[in-house]
Structure formats: C-alpha cells, structure tokens
Design a protein around this ligand. Structure first.
Ligand code: MN3
Length: 196
C-alpha cells in the first residue's frame, strides 16, 4: 500500500500566531508531500529490485527509503504533537515520568530546548521512550534519518562491524551475512514481532 499524506488535524492557520499559516501550507503540502512521494518511489524501486534479483542500486534506494521514511513518519507525529489548544504542561503518568527522569518539568524543557538549539544544521530534537529500558530520553538527529526511520522497533539485527566477522571471514562480509542467516532465532524474532 502506498503511503499517503495525512491531512493536518487542524486548519493551516490554527497555530497562529505561534506558527504562521504560510509556513504550515508549505511545510505540509510541499515538504511533507515530497517525503511521502519519495518513500513510495524508494519502496517501489526496492520491490522491483527484489523482483529482478538486481540489487545493484540497493544502497541508493535504502538511503532514499530512510531519508523519506524518517521524514514522513516524523512529520505525522510532529503535526499531531501540536494543537491550537496546546501548551502548558502534561499531567498524570507522563508528568511523573518526566519529573523522575529529568528532575523537574522545567529542567526537561530547558534540556529539550537546549538540545534542539544545538543540532548542527538541519535536524530534530526528540523525546523518546527507549523500548529496551522503558526510560525516557532526549535525543537529537542531524537531518532525520542517519539511514534509519525513528518509529521502528528492531526485530532482527545483525552486526556488520568488522569485529563481528573479520577473524573468520576477513573482507567477505557477504559470506558472514550468509552464515548469519543459518543461525537466526526466528522464534525470538516472532516474539518481538508479536509484542507491542
Ligand atoms: Mn519539516
């Protein structure tokens, strides 16, 4: 299924005067749409590569999928993260979690704003929950992908640093990857797939 540009959950001018209407129109209708289209193209090209068993351009299309995929999914969250009725502070379990992780809501905000201001060039600042420790973290991204998409849970991972295979496979990483496929614990992968 191709990805689609979701409509904004409020009017283009609803966040005025904080975020202006013209910015919202360009940002949503042009920039976000370009990520959706780019992701669809990358996924189609990768499907075509699998079909033809021709992976000569796989590096390019994986980069495109990461760039446009991260751009698309982060913008969906970004629009929903804002509201004309927004501002103030959270309450309940989220406030408790923020206060216990960052000392106070004010120090969370100070950290979040400082981290966002410190991103070199284009990027994002993100409040995230680490899926392994359940801890809240403030992270930053330069650009937005670094060859990944942020809204994912790892199900199956393979270390391709040289230390993982060089003693046995030297520079033949493909042989190591082939060997890895012989030892994958698919029951573990299935368990991760089934858990939210
Ligand atoms: Mn943007």
């Amino acid at each position: 299924m191709p990805h689609e540009l979701p409509p904004l959950p409020y009017d283009y001018n609803a966040l005025e005067p904080h975020i202006d209407e013209q910015t919202m129109r360009l940002h949503h209708d042009k920039h976000h749409l370009a990520y959706v289209n780019g992701l669809n193209t990358a996924e189609a090209k990768l499907a075509e590569a699998r079909e033809k068993n021709d992976f000569s351009l796989v590096k390019h299309w994986e980069r495109e999928a990461a760039f446009h995929g991260a751009g698309h999914f982060l913008h969906v969250i970004f629009w929903e993260n804002m509201s004309p009725k927004g501002g103030g502070k959270p309450s309940g379990a989220l406030l408790d979690a923020i206060e216990s992780r960052f000392k106070s809501f004010d120090s969370f905000l100070a950290h979040f704003k400082a981290a966002g201001a410190a991103v070199e060039g284009s990027g994002w600042v993100l409040l995230v929950r680490n899926n392994m420790t359940s801890a809240l973290e403030i992270l930053t991204a330069e650009k937005h992908q670094d060859l990944t998409q942020w809204v994912v849970t790892p199900l199956l991972v393979c270390d391709v640093w040289e230390h993982a295979y060089y003693l046995k496979y030297q520079n033949n990483r493909a042989a190591y990857l082939e060997a890895f496929t012989k030892v994958i614990n698919w029951e573990d992968v299935a368990r991760r797939f089934a858990s939210k």
